[in-house]
Design a protein around this ligand. Structure first.
Ligand code: GZL
Length: 319
């Protein structure tokens, strides 16, 4: 008897619905909430699906248990947003054995056998990291051209709040930013530690940075929730951040509360990571159901939002 993990709804017996088991990695951030809602809305009964949702609570072992339960229930498709990249081959081989197509969403898995998944739907975190580096290049050039004094800084001290280690978001954003940073000897990365994509941990690590370093110029925070915590730590330390503040902040995701902070001038720029992947996932499943060939990789459109344009840019956004 395979272990069951708790389910929000039981497998539906209505046979003409497409039954999908969805292993979501957790509920750690506003971004994750928007991602879950998008997938639940798209894979709904009125759209012809019966969705079995499970929350892995940030632990891969929970997700693997959930995927095994989906296999046991003989679902038609399995959708996985993997907490971290490695360690998926065994359970995906079991799904393949059972003839159940798997769709990887949001973060990616690290596997030598790409027949273990039918498609990937998500975002390009490496590009997001590069966009952050390119924005910082542009920003510093603008500042230097304004500041004619010879006192302009020779070194820019950068503190980094990393996301969950070994997650695609952390790997890609770090790699993309470093690709640009390594071409600037005047950029100095003071520290990089994981804030685990949560507000609480982000605040804790930022408070530690503020104790350790007395001259942080830039914070690169790999998601908005850690940024919200970091802003609290900065303000509790009677320091300033953002457009007119001492510590310039580059954040990732672009959730609603981040637009509030950009309108207040507390975040300089937010690199969008688009969570609204539900419709694309539903389309791919419907095409697989008809035996059509689908793209192996599908990427969401993403923008870069600067504080100065935040009020206009947020019009019409749903999260
Ligand atoms: C990015 C996604 C990340 C978000 C975080 O694709 O995996 O996980 O940036 C979330 O907010 O926790």
């Amino acid at each position: 008897q395979l272990p069951y993990s708790e389910y929000e709804n039981v497998k539906d017996t209505d046979s003409d619905l497409i039954i999908v088991g969805f292993s979501q990695l957790g509920s750690e951030s506003d971004w994750r909430t928007a991602n879950t809602k998008s997938i639940q809305r798209a894979l709904s009964k009125e759209n012809g699906f019966s969705l079995i949702y499970s929350n892995g609570r940030q632990k891969q072992e929970n997700q693997i248990k959930d995927v095994r339960s989906f296999i046991f229930q003989e679902v038609d498709y399995i959708v996985i947003a993997p907490e971290t990249e490695t360690g998926w081959d065994t359970v995906l081989e079991e799904a393949k054995e059972a003839g159940i197509p798997v769709i990887i969403v949001d973060r990616m898995i690290d596997t030598a056998d790409d027949t273990l998944y039918a498609a990937y739907v998500g975002t390009d975190k490496y590009e997001e990291g590069k966009k952050a580096g390119l924005w910082l290049e542009k920003y510093l050039k603008e500042q230097e051209s304004k500041d004619k004094s010879s006192l302009k800084k020779k070194t820019y001290n950068i503190a980094v709040l990393e996301g969950t280690l070994n997650s695609t978001a952390q790997i890609g954003r770090s790699k993309g930013f470093e690709e640009i940073a390594k071409t600037h000897k005047e950029w100095k990365i003071l520290a990089q530690e994981s804030g685990e994509f949560t507000k609480a941990k982000g605040k804790e690590v930022m408070a530690k940075y503020l104790q350790e370093f007395d001259d942080i110029d830039i914070l690169l925070s790999q998601n908005d929730d850690m940024t919200f915590g970091a802003i609290e730590a900065i303000q509790e330390d009677s320091l300033t951040c953002g457009v007119d503040g001492k510590i310039k902040i580059i954040s990732f995701d672009g959730v609603s509360e981040a637009f509030d902070r950009m309108e207040e001038g507390l975040i300089n720029v937010d690199i969008e990571c688009n969570p609204l992947q539900g419709q694309l996932i539903a389309n791919i499943i419907e095409r697989l159901e008809k035996g059509e060939v689908v793209n192996k990789f599908s990427y969401m459109d993403e923008k870069v939002f600067e504080a100065e344009n935040a009020a206009a840019e947020r019009i019409g956004r749903s999260y």
